[in-house]
Design a protein around this ligand. Structure first.
Ligand SMILES: Nc1nc2c([nH]c(=O)n2[C@@H]2O[C@H](COP(=O)(O)OP(=O)(O)OP(=O)(O)O)[C@@H](O)[C@H]2O)c(=O)[nH]1
Length: 135
């Protein structure tokens, strides 16, 4: 979720889970029989109480672990949106939220795959921030 001003919503992982306390992009796993985008719309509603429209979502970047290097065999797909309905709130206990600028994103402690995802997002955030300064 990319807001006017060029900030992105980041979510802190809960204390009882892997990568506890690190900041990730809100989302979750695709369930059997679901499209990628339908899964994202469902997860964002469940986690943040926010309604997304599938047509507003655009792909930003994929990142995957390399099992040959002992990394988990998972693929994360980052989608962006500039539109949503509702005010995000942390539905799950222990999952804080913060709106983060491009500059602050690089210093935020993140799980490994969220780092390349963030790098791909930074030019987009900077573009939105710059456009906001000219309006
Ligand atoms: N965001 C993120 N998640 C990662 C990375 N590496 C990795 O193994 N994961 C794991 O990928 C899973 C992402 O699923 P999720 O967003 O539904 O998180 P979750 O902990 O609520 O899932 P779960 O409780 O249903 O297992 C988590 O188990 C998380 O620990 C990574 O680099 N970034």
């Amino acid at each position: 979720m990319i807001a006017d001003g060029g900030t992105v919503l980041m979510q802190q992982r809960p204390p009882d889970k892997q990568h506890a306390g690190l900041w990730e992009f809100p989302g979750g796993k695709v369930e059997m029989g679901e499209t990628l985008v339908a899964a994202l719309v469902r997860e964002i509603d469940e986690e943040l109480g926010v309604t997304l429209c599938a047509a507003d979502l655009f792909p930003v970047r994929a990142a995957s672990g390399d099992p040959a290097k002992g990394e988990p065999s998972i693929v994360l797909l980052l989608f962006g949106t500039r539109r949503w309905q509702g005010e995000p709130r942390a539905v799950e206990p222990g999952c804080q939220l913060q709106w983060t600028t491009a500059g602050a994103l690089t210093t935020l402690p993140r799980p490994p795959l969220d780092i390349p995802l963030s790098q791909a997002l930074i030019p987009l955030l900077e573009g939105v921030a710059k456009a906001g300064r000219h309006t």
